[in-house]
Structures are given as structure tokens and as C-alpha cells.
Design a binder for this molecule. Sequence first.
Ligand SMILES: *Cc1c(COP(=O)(O)O)cnc(C)c1O
Length: 405
Amino acid sequence: MNLKEVISAQSANYDSFYLYDENQIIAYTGRLKQYFPNVEFLYSLKCNSNPLVVRSVFSQGLGADAASLGEVLIAGGAGLSKDKIYYSAPGKTLYDLEQAIGKSTVIADSIEEIKRIQAIAVKLDACIEIGVRINPDFSFCGSGGHPSKFGIDEKQLYEFLEESALKHVKITGIHVHLKSQELNAGVLAGYYENMIRLAQRFQLVNKCKLKYVNMGSGMGIPYSETDEPIDMEFLGNTVSKHLEAFRSSNPDTKILIEVGRYAVGKSGMYITKVLDRKISYGKVYLILKNTLNGFARPSLAKLVCKYSPDDFPEASEPLFTCRDAFAITTLPGHERPQEKVTLVGNLCTAADVIAEDIMMPRLTCGDVVIISNAGSYAAVLSPFQFSAQEKPAELFLTKGGEVLF
Ligand SMILES: *Cc1c(COP(=O)(O)O)cnc(C)c1O
């Protein structure tokens, strides 16, 4: 069965559902392996922690970037070993740390956290290897550093390392993540080059050799029709070049890049059904199942566009990416006349709108509407609890053509 046939068949069973296509996951993760042979990739579970998606990504050889103890446990449960699970997040509790040490590679997000881990190590009479998340002296685009809730300012960290005698904690890795959804390969390459320089600076002050340099993420995917995909061949070659000198003096240091949306964002689509159709003062409304509460991002995008004069409001990822980030289509069928429609959801709030006055083939009750770019920050970001509605189903189409849920 091809995708269209699967959508058509499953819409008889479900009024709203996600469909993840494993072939897309294989294609996207395959590109990472092809163009970055010297880099190990981690999957950022927070973008989609559906167990079938997670297992599929891990089966392609990626490790885990876990943003909570819960994600550490999901990654371990899916069969990853401790050394392939990196746990990095601000505000870990003592309980989070105690549980995660032993199950993952913990990355401290603050000086306070390093001290907390040191206290755990003393209690266990052990030496614990950790990474640290750094807020570097450079920004994503290369200018100076910025205040951030993430990580430890680079200068503060060096001062701390000089002053403190860490006996029970060894820092064997560094981590930085500054931005998501970058499509410009030149900007990404510049950032990765700065990361390698940071690793070299860090080596000069740190007492032990780095086992890994986690360069974070940044790799974007095209959302709107005008977005161009990243030139991965150029990016891969440039990163390899920057890595050469570093490798010769640090042959055993792993280079890691984290990807969430790049691995799975394009693999998912959201399918919802027309529940009702009405005309009010001449305007055609199509009422769809579970929009704001099933796939929140298209409705949130409408709100952001309404309130923000800015095309790219700062720090709004992953709630908002850009205008026109989602293609809205239906199944191809017999010729139908086009009409101007407004697509809204079935919640009792006027904010539940995904598109206003767009042209679509004429749809009637029971027809399906398909929304693209629903593989990442989609099911996980949607407020399912609102108004005690049923959740959309999550279906997974395997590379062998089987539908799992
Ligand atoms: C969310 C997150 C990512 C993944 O971002 P994408 O844009 O989905 O690739 C990577 N690293 C860290 C630290 C994150 O918080």
C-alpha cells in the first residue's frame, strides 16, 4: 500500500491520526550518515518520543539526547546502552541526577549541578564522569556571547575549574546548543568551526582529555514552500575539513551532533476529518476533528502571526517556526470545484483556527484534510487534556509497508 492508500484505509478507523513513514526516517538519517562519516548523531527525543519512532531512529544507529529523566528511561527501555544516552537539561533535581547517573551520561547545566553531582559521588565514594553544558563566548552566528538560561558561561566555567578542586567528578565532555531550524549551511559550518575552537580552548584548562564534544543541533528542515533544504554535502565536507586538525591531536574524542526535527520532522503527517460544514454570513467553515488540541502548531502559528509584527519572532521554537509552515491538502480524487474555506477545530474556543480563507477543493463531511510537517514537535506539543477529548491515534508505517500503532 502506498501512503495515500494507507491514509484512505485508516481514515475509516480514525477521525484524527498521525502517520509516521519509516522510509522518510531512513532517508533523513541516511543522509546524516552519508555526509558526516566522522560524526556520531544523537536523536533529541523531546521532538517525538513515540516508541515506534524512537525505535526506528535508534535502529539507524543514532544515540539519544534526553531532556528529562523520563527520556533517559525511554531511551534505555528501547535498548540503548548508558554510553549512548546523554542527559542534558536545565533544572535537574537531586532525584533526577541520582536516578540518571548509572543509566546515562549526565551533562551538568550549572555550577550548582556540578556541586550536586560531586555530593552524590562523595556519598557513593565514587568518581563520576560528567559533561558540562557551556554557554560559549560566541553566538550561533559568530558574534559575542549572550545571557542564557542554558549552560555555564564559558568564562565562569574556566574560573570555577581553576579555583575548585573537583576530586570526585571528572569532566570528560562538553555540550553546546544555541539554535534550532537553521537552513543556511554556511552559518551552520561557521558554528561548528567555533565549536571545535571551543573544544581546543577547553582542553587547555580541563584536567582530563575530552571523550566527546557535543556540538548540539541547528540543522533545520524546509517548512514553507520557499524554504530551501540545507546543502548537506557542502556542510559535511566543511565540517570534515575543520575536524582534521582537531582529530590529529584528539584522535579519541567523539564528535556528536544532536538532531530532532532533521531525523523525523518530514516523516509525519496529520490527518483529520471534516466533521461539519456550515456557511455563516457567506463564509464557508469546515469543522475538523482535533486541531488545536490534536496538532497545536498550525493553530498556534495563526495566533503568533496575528499578534507578532515580526516574521521570525525570537525564541519561539518549537512552538512557532515560520508563516505558512504547514501544507494543507486533501486526498486526490475526482475533480472537485475549488472554494474559499476557513478551517477550524471542534473545540469550544474561537482560537481553534488553522487556516482562514484558503482555496481548497470542495470538501464535505467525512472527507480528510492532511497537514504536513507533523513528525516533530507535533503530538508531543499538543494540549490533549483540554476539554476531555479523545486523543488522535499515532500510526507508524514500517519500511515493509505494515501499519503499527
Ligand atoms: C531540542 C533540542 C535539540 C533538537 O532540536 P531540533 O531543532 O529538533 O533538531 C537538540 N539539542 C538540544 C539541547 C535541544 O534542547
